[in-house]
Design a protein around this ligand. Sequence first.
Ligand SMILES: *[C@@H]1O[C@H](CO)[C@@H](O)[C@H](O)[C@H]1NC(C)=O
Ligand SMILES: *[C@@H]1O[C@H](CO)[C@@H](O)[C@H](O)[C@H]1NC(C)=O
Length: 505
Amino acid sequence: MFLWRYTAAVLVLLSAGWCERLPPRLVSSSPARLEKSFGRHSRLHQCQYMLKHLQDGDQITVHMPPDIAGHWVSDSCEVRSGPEFLTRSYHFYNNYTFQALQFYYRDNQCTEPSYTLLIEGSVHPRQASWVVRGGTEADFQLSRVLLVSHSPAAAEALQVKLEQSCGLVKRLDPGLSYELWADGTKHSSRDCARGLDFSMQELQLLRMERLHRHGDPATNAEELFLGDVHTERAQRRLHKPSGYQPPLQSVKTYDASCVTCQIVSEADLYNPPVLPSQNERPLRLYGNWVSRRCEVRPGVLFLTRHFVFYEDSNIWEGHYYHFSDPVCRHPTFSISAKGHYSQGVPSTAVMGGTEFTFTVTHMKVTPMDMATASILNVFSGDKCGKQGSWKLGVQQDVTPTLGCAALGIRLPHTEYELFRIGRDSAGRSLLFNGQRPTNGSSPDQPHKRATSYQPPLIRCISSQKGSTGIGKEGDHHFRLGNGYKTLDQHLIFVIMLVELVFWSI
Ligand SMILES: *[C@@H]1O[C@H](CO)[C@@H](O)[C@H](O)[C@H]1NC(C)=O
Ligand SMILES: *[C@@H]1O[C@H](CO)[C@@H](O)[C@H](O)[C@H]1NC(C)=O
């Protein structure tokens, strides 16, 4: 364990070394000008109030190990990489067995069911996770997996797939169940679930949150977070979750406005939920968007985000607030990035998604705890702001040093993005952007563009029309966008380094 941490520390130093090969600075702009362009005109107050409310508003309690017994359902049509569109309805029983239904669809609104999997087995919560603070590790065992297809077309497509992957000979008929996999000797020679890239690795990481709204026990809500699914299908079966999927809602406590929860909770293997179709909303990014909850990034990062889009000038800003704890109460550092974006075509790969290109050209960093400030001061040379000058709570522009070597951020940076607009059960607009590749790489080439999404942001207030004038300097080459993944990876190292420093004191 310690050795591993040490390695991470060395990697941080190495990554600093790589950046020495960067070309001399390309962007010059005075701090005053940047200040002006960085959101002074946007109405940050409402957004900041919403983000703050995440920390000290509703009270969240987390039970470890979690008591997951009960019936849990999706509250929306979920998107997994591929893409796959699905809803889930999972029963966990007191004797540690479970029955999980996964309903798959042809379309991004989950109106046309194609097939359903019924997965049975057992799951045992174990110890607190080392990988994701606040999560609980669990072991699971499958006992069987059943498949039912819901249309002749779906049956035919599955037939072709399963004939290739597991030598299926039996004819799949719509509405009849077929055993894809079973524990024991009966089918030991073949595993048809593999042909569907099926995996229940998500059961290896659990977190249950109980939300106490305004102290009123009648309005408590329970949500169950299960482990994330690898963004590359071929990796799913070996993936050890390091983040979460969208939470499932307890059937006992879901909000009455959640029509999807109700429809999904009533479905079964032969009668999949059919969600009501909705008019696709036009994609209007313009304005301010903030996280709805403290988000977990694969690895050890917790953060909230605030994006601002100035539509007419195609300038964007992203504010990323990092924390050391799973309810986002203890800040470690924050990053403000700025650049430009352009909207592309509707995605041909992901129904309902739209392609974008994001570039980051300007960035500022604020250390929010002593450990991060010390780390930033450790780096020599001019690779991250002014050497040795980092102070707790004091923001520095790292654009002149082309980013921050210690944080693994290099400017300018371009990312290929996928966006969609959705709405929550109360009808408010949600903005989804692309999931980061699980392997830590950056979607810096078009073929690496995401096919699934991160947790959504909610619109906090539309910004003023007058703010568009500030965009002028965004016309040179910027970058920021995607870097986020790479960034995360390096941040993990930094955090581990921080721990190392503490441990050696
Ligand atoms: C566990 O409990 C469920 C629901 O009460 C029941 O259907 C199932 O047969 C039980 N399984 C075992 C192995 O006891
Ligand atoms: C990481 O994932 C991306 C996108 O899924 C892929 O293009 C890339 O080759 C992967 N890189 C490594 C090192 O596995």
